[in-house]
Design a protein. Structure first.
Length: 230
């Protein structure tokens, strides 16, 4: 296990050589896992509907959906939550599965800044779209408040949102990845017996869940701040 991004397959792209890296491979694996989970959950719900009895998977999935709905609705309001709950749910699943990929010996996709920046930019577009759609010219006017000479600082504040969100997630996940790689690579074999399990629980599961919650909560908060809760 290491913390480097390895170039695996070269591809000629418009005269330039680009590479399929470990990040791409791990991202595809995470996406496949999420799709398999979704298909299994759907099949479980269809079976429960046909037999009249809930299965373990359908019960767990329903509890997760209820918690997510309550979480988003409490912050955004019932009307607004309906428009964003699907995005928040997919975002939560992708980031959580990516953060915990280290348990299975994969390099977490979120330990690559390209992944976290892409997620943050998607959220940033949704935030600014909500601001322009619901505040109209007020979104431009706010850049000059409370005084016109605050305009440069307000612009920096706007564009610092995706940077802060992406760097926070990237830094925390990469830090855990580096520490685990150093632990596996530098210590003798007898020092690794049993201990890595506790480290994985903290860095992959606990810290991964916290960073997933923080990213999703910031997304909800920023969008709600621009369009208001309904």
């Amino acid at each position: 296990m290491d913390f480097y991004i390895h170039q695996l397959y070269p591809i000629n792209f418009f005269g330039h050589t680009v590479y399929i890296t470990t990040t791409h491979i791990c991202t595809v694996i995470v996406m496949i896992v999420i799709m398999i989970f979704a298909l299994c959950a759907r099949r479980s719900f269809l079976k429960a509907e046909a037999t009249g009895r809930m299965t373990t998977l359908s019960t767990i999935t329903e509890m997760g959906v209820d918690l997510l709905t309550h979480f988003v609705t409490e912050t955004m309001g019932k009307k607004t939550a309906k428009k964003y709950i699907t995005y928040i749910g997919v975002l939560f699943l992708f980031i959580f599965f990516s953060n915990t990929a280290g348990i299975f010996g994969l390099r977490p996709p979120t330990a690559d800044y390209g992944t976290t920046l892409s997620l943050a930019l998607i959220t940033f577009v949704m935030i600014e779209y909500a601001d322009i759609r619901y505040n109209k010219w007020g979104s431009v006017k706010a850049l000059f408040e409370p005084f016109p000479f605050f305009f440069p600082m307000n612009v920096i504040s706007v564009f610092s949102t995706p940077l802060s969100m992406s760097l926070r997630l990237f830094g925390n996940v990469l830090g855990g990845t580096v520490l685990m790689a150093l632990y596996y690579g530098m210590l003798p074999w007898f020092a690794k017996l049993g201990v890595p399990a506790f480290l994985h629980v903290y860095f992959d599961i606990f810290s991964g869940a916290i960073q997933t919650y923080v990213f999703c909560m910031l997304t909800i908060t920023f969008i709600t701040d621009k369009r208001g809760a309904e």
